[in-house]
Design a protein around this ligand. Structure first.
Ligand SMILES: C[S@@+](CC[C@H](N)C(=O)[O-])C[C@H]1O[C@@H](n2cnc3c(N)ncnc32)[C@H](O)[C@@H]1O
Length: 253
């Protein structure tokens, strides 16, 4: 098995090692390490600004993102905060305090992302466009389509959209929504796929502007060289890397 890559953020490393699995949630630790390393890459490329997550639940993935921010950047947490009970918002905010995210570094937004206008979301970030949006809210095709449009409208140049539960056996139609979205938005392409760890900690797609793909991909192939699955992903005709902890190919001899 390949190692989990370093995020290159000391605070993220501590949280991933000691806190991540103590916060109730679903996203994989591998994906959190990759996404926070991508935030570091963005910073090196001059891409800065706020991040957002649609569907924060109790904060497992969100805390990792927030720890990877640069001084002055904020993380926006959007959730209806009603599932599985109304105490989830309180648990979310308590988890953030326990794991070192001060209140001024995040904005909690109790809302239905499906009815949110881009101006409203950007208003929570002082008008600054977002450098990363993690979409992990309502898992219907219609909702993902709306969340993708919201994220795209709010994305900064060089920004990343991360989609959770891609290729999950329980949500087979989500990939259809993504494919339709990519056809409507030729300016956006998949940057990489982050393979699943388990059926719960499912795969994520990372999307970026087409104009940034080559630049990001060159760096990504080097940063994650131990986690590159050799064949990559074929989006017909676009190709992008697949990052996995299991980089074996089928044994055909
Ligand atoms: C799978 S959980 C998210 C897991 C979380 N990202 C983690 O890292 O553990 C999905 C979350 O999406 C939220 N959600 C569902 N529909 C939503 C909507 N329309 N707007 C905002 N949040 C929504 C749910 O309340 C739930 O907390």
């Amino acid at each position: 098995m390949a190692p989990i890559p370093s995020s290159e953020h000391p605070a993220v490393e501590t949280y991933l090692a000691e806190g991540y699995h103590r916060v109730v949630g679903m996203s994989s630790r591998f994906a959190a390490a990759v996404c926070t390393r991508l935030l570091r890459l963005q910073t090196a490329e001059g891409v800065t600004g706020p991040v957002a997550e649609i569907g924060t639940f109790e904060g497992r993935f969100f805390i990792a993102l927030a720890h990877a921010l640069e001084p002055g950047e904020v993380a926006l947490a959007i959730d209806v905060f009603e599932w599985p009970d109304t105490g989830v918002k309180e648990r979310f905010e308590a988890n953030l305090l326990t794991h070192g995210i001060a209140p001024e570094r995040r904005v909690t937004i109790k809302a239905d992302a499906g009815t949110m206008a881009p101006a409203e979301l950007l208003g929570h970030a002082g008008g600054r466009k977002l450098r990363l949006v993690h979409i992990d809210g309502d898992h219907s095709r219609t909702a993902l389509t709306k969340d993708l449009e919201l994220a795209t409208a709010c994305l900064s140049d060089g920004g990343l959209i991360v989609l959770d539960d891609m290729l999950h056996p329980g949500y087979p139609t989500l990939a259809v929504a993504v494919q339709n979205y990519l056809e409507r938005h030729p300016e956006i392409v998949p940057l990489c796929i982050i393979d699943r760890e388990t059926i719960v900690a499912a795969a994520k797609f990372v999307l970026c502007h087409r104009s940034w793909f080559e630049r990001y991909q060159t760096r990504l192939l080097d940063i994650f060289k131990e986690q590159i699955w050799p064949l990559g992903a074929d989006f017909e005709p676009h190709w992008c890397p697949v990052l996995s902890l299991d980089t074996r190919l089928a044994d055909i001899t």
